[in-house]
Design a protein around this ligand. Structure first.
Ligand code: AQP
Length: 333
């Protein structure tokens, strides 16, 4: 069975963007692939995380993934720092990736902003760790949102250079799996910026644990324009906020934006926003109830994550041991 790997940072509460662009698409892959999913806490500390918050967010992220439908019996679900292979392989990849490649990464530029000198070096080499996450399992498919495509291309460049430099055919090529009509959900405050869990404005996103009143209020205040909804897709030109809200309703109701326009085109945003908020509240309610239940038993959650880490180590450790040998490290024993 083809092996898939994906991860999510415990850098806050998962958003509707994380859910529609990634998590929701991970669920069916459990039945068709050998699926490995990871809460990537090593990635999260590339930007400052308060230690107590990080611990809580890591547990909450794992619980959210399970509440969204990941089943630790049908996939390998674990926390990245519990499996040493990730950090070790990342170091080797730091020595393979070229500075010129990293300089082209748009996510670094977005996250570092104007003050590049002041961000951590971890943020800069983040894509090397991501490459290690995937290659440590010889995974060949990676379900991600569209924003991660460039990092996956870099992971392939690293694999090719490693194979070439050491004269081996060891790390396979990987393909992104970008699924769904909402592969990129945009901020509710700015339709040109992606929805992000670490955006300073809570109004810019729907958090998966937002209560119904908060969801309704955030959708009501979401930025729009004075025109009614277009009748056809061509009418979205220059209207990123309208496109985003329609895309969200399409994704949440499992249809295409064209169909949403067929039903709601010509409507004012007031009425449309009520429909959208109601659909979101109804969709998230069972996930939120399950999340609450899971968080009432942190012991069971931690035990499931320990089992997941053991399963993950059993796959990754032999691959990283072989990598050490290829590189020429003297065996430890
Ligand atoms: N707005 C989005 N639309 C679609 N997919 C998205 N993803 C993130 N935002 C959107 C997908 O979610 C997965 C996990 O992302 P991550 O937590 O590893 O990091 P990220 O991409 O940097 O996500 P955030 O929410 O923006 O986190 P912060 O704010 O901490 O940096 C990935 O598959 C991503 O494509």
């Amino acid at each position: 069975m083809t092996r898939v790997f994906s991860g999510i940072q415990p850098s806050g509460v998962p958003t509707l963007g994380n859910y529609l662009g990634a998590i929701r698409n991970w669920v069916p892959l459990q039945d068709t692939h050998e699926a490995i999913y990871c809460v990537v806490d090593l990635h999260a500390i590339t930007q400052w995380q308060d230690p107590a918050d990080l611990r809580r967010q890591t547990r909450e992220m794992a619980a959210t993934l399970i509440a969204c439908g990941l089943d630790p019996k049908r996939c390998v679900l674990f926390v990245q720092s519990h499996v040493r292979a990730h950090a070790e392989l990342a170091w080797i990849f730091n020595c393979v990736a070229r500075l010129g490649w990293l300089n082209r990464m748009t996510q670094f530029k977005d996250k570092a902003g104007k003050n590049q000198e002041a961000v951590s070096s971890g943020l800069y080499v983040y894509p090397n760790l991501m490459a290690a996450d995937i290659h440590a399992y010889h995974a060949t498919k990676v379900p991600v949102g569209e924003d991660q495509k460039q990092h996956l291309e870099l992971a392939n460049d690293i694999a090719q250079k490693f194979n070439h430099d050491y004269g081996v055919d060891f790390f396979p090529n990987i393909d992104p799996l970008i699924q769904g009509v909402a592969a990129r959900v945009m901020s509710l405050r700015d339709g040109t910026k992606k929805m992000s869990k670490s955006d300073p404005s809570d109004q810019s996103r729907i958090n998966l644990n937002d209560d119904p009143d908060t969801i309704a209020q955030k959708i009501k205040r979401a930025k729009t324009d004075p025109e009614p909804l277009p009748e056809h897709m061509a009418g979205f030109e220059g209207r990123p906020e309208a496109r985003n809200l329609v895309g969200i309703l399409a994704a949440i109701t499992d249809t295409l934006p064209e169909n949403v326009l067929r039903e709601h085109g010509g409507q004012g945003f007031g009425a449309f926003k009520t429909v959208l908020a109601d659909a979101l509240i109804a969709h998230l309610a069972p996930i939120q109830a399950e999340l609450k239940r899971l968080l009432e038993d942190p012991g069971a959650l931690d035990a499931a994550l320990r089992t997941g880490a053991d399963q993950a180590s059993a796959i990754a450790e032999p691959i990283v041991a072989k990598t050490r040998d290829i590189v020429g490290f003297l065996p430890a024993k």
